[in-house]
Design a protein around this ligand. Sequence first.
Ligand code: G4P
Length: 528
Amino acid sequence: MHDTPSDPVSEASRRRTFAVISHPDAGKSTLTEALALHARVIHEAGAVHGKAGRRGTVSDWMDLEKARGISITSAALQFSYKGAVVNLLDTPGHADFSEDTYRVLSAVDAAVMLVDAARGLEPQTLKLFEVCRHRGIPIITVINKWDRPGRDGLELLDEISTRIGLKPTPLTWPVGIAGDFRGVLDRRTGAFIRFTRTAGGATVAPEEHLAPEVAAAQEGDAWTTAVEESELLSADDGDHDQEQFLAGRTTPVLFASAVLNFGVGQLLDVLLDIAPAPAPRPTVDGGARPVDAPFSALVFKVQAGMDSAHRDRVAFARVCSGVFERGMVVTHAGTRRPFATKYAQAVFGRERSTLDTAFPGDVVGLVNAQALRVGDTLYVDQPVVFPPIPSFAPEHFAVVRAKDTGRYKQFRRGIEQLEQEGVVQVLRSDLRGEQAPVLAAVGPMQFEVASHRMENEFSSAVLLEPLPYSMARRTRAEDVAVLDAVRGVEVLRRGDGALLALFPDRWRLSSVQREHPGLLLEPLVASA
Ligand code: G4P
């Protein structure tokens, strides 16, 4: 038997649970692998997608995923670093990203915003940033790919402050322009950290800290410019302030080259230094669950069909308080039913290992969790309910029908299952009927996943007919008659009872608002 350290407070205080938010190709997978390289990996999740010649951990739980060569699933990578335990939760990264990506952010305490030095802020980063802002998640910015030509450092900072309203407070400042990466000026110590190339970034790059005089003598103008720019930043209030960072008003910035492994150790050090440890979690009754309260956890992802041989269903829960021990019987807050955790696992995707103990900030995979849904709370002893995970504004809509109408029972069961898992939102109306509900998604890939699973898991191939809507607004029952009479607009009911009015575009929405100023048309931003 294992000894269970009984102090969740000290275990929580040495944990850092975060996710990387970025646009595809910014280097998230590369950074994840580099982070793992810097640390002793405890548990390795399957979602780090393999690159030729490097460790391959493709999470190929679905054929679709294999075919696309991307990772649709979310998983977590846990490692120890300098006495701390770091949990890196994967945010599936594809242009057609889905609600899964957003949900992961309800399970983290901090986010790393990874920005390509040549591209600056890109659409998916901006969307994910909005979710972080809404949830008050502090953000550390990493400007990646400084080893190749890109934009000017100050210009990138300017983009961050003007486009997302976060004040950048660089902790390091590059010596040498993008593409001529000599190293960074550590703004807290004034030292020069030299950039050392290792073959293909395959090993941890040694960090050489040199005194400013040495840097001045060796790097000349590049160093002088870096010092001048850094002074400019200080004069403009651009120094790190912990309180402002935790309040979500500033973002510390680091410059890195993930592929060459430079700046990665610095990022880990910064995470340990300034990122918040798991803290008391707000509850629905307006209170907060302290980390040393009895065990509680929040289910932030449910995934079925991860292993086609077993057709199982895994619920991923983030521990919010107390100590999790495998085998303990927890209560499912929604039903008040007991749930046995004999099959708790730490590893997702293909590779799994049994997990015995977990602390606040850790992720537990619960196998055969038929009853668990995204947003559910689990607890022992002291009942608690965490606020539901918000659903997000869908932007893609399609009517779904069974290809073979004789298989309607399977069709209905499958749609219900996908709806419960939150794979897609399902909208209905009397007009369209039960046989042809409307699927709503944040990204079109959710439709592909839904359609693939309907055919393979529920034996009901489906036909999808895209609808020409791109915006949804919440409305109320008394406004439905007016909206139904407007051409090109349709009102549907979501599973949670919300009435959604769908519009082809923002112009149509504005014109309806102008013509009928009394209508309630509320944006569907994250609401919890
Ligand atoms: P993603 O997960 O965010 O989508 O990005 P990923 O890590 O797959 O990286 C996208 C591409 O950017 C990869 O190149 C990767 O090698 C490259 N990259 C990542 N970080 C850096 C960096 O710091 N500097 C430079 N110069 N490149 C970087 P690829 O050609 O698509 O793949 P590969 O053949 O190199 O593996």
